[in-house]
Ligand binder design. Structure first.
Ligand SMILES: [Zn+2]
Length: 165
C-alpha cells in the first residue's frame, strides 16, 4: 500500500484588493442573493460568472415545494451562461450568500452576508467542471464578509471527479 496525497492551493483575499472586474463580479453575486426564491431553507445564494467576452451571467438558488426540483445558484448561473453564450468559455465564478432565517419575516433584505465563504455543493462542482474541461480553468471566488477565498479552478475543489478517471 502506498499513501498518496492531494494538496490544493487557494488564496485568502480582501475583495477590496482585487481588480475592479472581480469586485464587480462579487457585487453581482451579492446582488443576486436578493433574487433567491428560498422560502424553505431561507438561505439565499447568488452566483455570477464572468464570460470570456467580459459579460456576466448570473443566478440565484430557486427552491420548490418538491425539494429535489430546486436548483442551486451556481448551476442556475452556469446553465444560464451556457444557454445564453453557447460554447463561450466561463472565466470566473463568484458566489455569495445571506441567511435570511436569522431576521424576522418581512425583514429579509436586512440579513447580512455570510461572514465566512460558502462553497458550492458537489453537484454544482461537477456541473461547473464539465464546462471547465471544455474551455479551460474557471477561477472560483467565494465571498465572505470577513474573509474571501479564491481557488484557481473548479477541479481544485473537486479532485477525483466523475470524469477524471
Ligand atoms: Zn449546488
Amino acid at each position: 500500500m502506498k499513501e498518496k496525497k492531494i494538496e490544493i492551493t487557494y488564496c485568502s483575499v480582501d475583495p477590496a484588493e482585487l481588480p475592479v472586474e472581480d469586485r464587480e463580479l462579487i457585487e453581482k453575486a451579492k446582488s443576486m442573493t436578493y433574487s433567491s426564491y428560498a422560502p424553505y431553507s431561507r438561505f439565499c445564494v447568488g452566483a455570477a460568472i464572468r464570460m470570456a467576452d467580459g459579460s456576466i451571467a448570473c443566478g440565484s438558488n430557486q427552491e420548490n415545494a418538491a425539494f429535489p426540483s430546486s436548483l442551486c445558484a451556481e448551476r442556475t448561473a452556469c446553465f444560464h451562461a451556457s444557454a445564453t453564450h453557447p460554447g463561450m468559455p466561463m472565466k470566473k465564478i463568484a458566489i455569495a450568500a445571506r441567511n435570511i432565517g436569522i431576521v424576522p419575516k418581512g425583514c429579509e433584505d436586512s440579513a447580512p452576508f455570510q461572514a465566512k465563504p460558502i462553497s458550492p455543493c458537489g453537484a454544482c462542482r461537477q456541473a461547473l467542471l464539465e464546462y471547465e474541461h471544455l474551455h479551460g480553468p474557471i477561477q472560483v471566488i467565494l465571498y465572505g464578509d470577513e474573509e474571501s477565498f479564491i481557488f484557481p479552478s473548479v477541479e481544485s475543489l473537486l479532485p477525483f471527479s466523475f470524469t477524471n478517471f
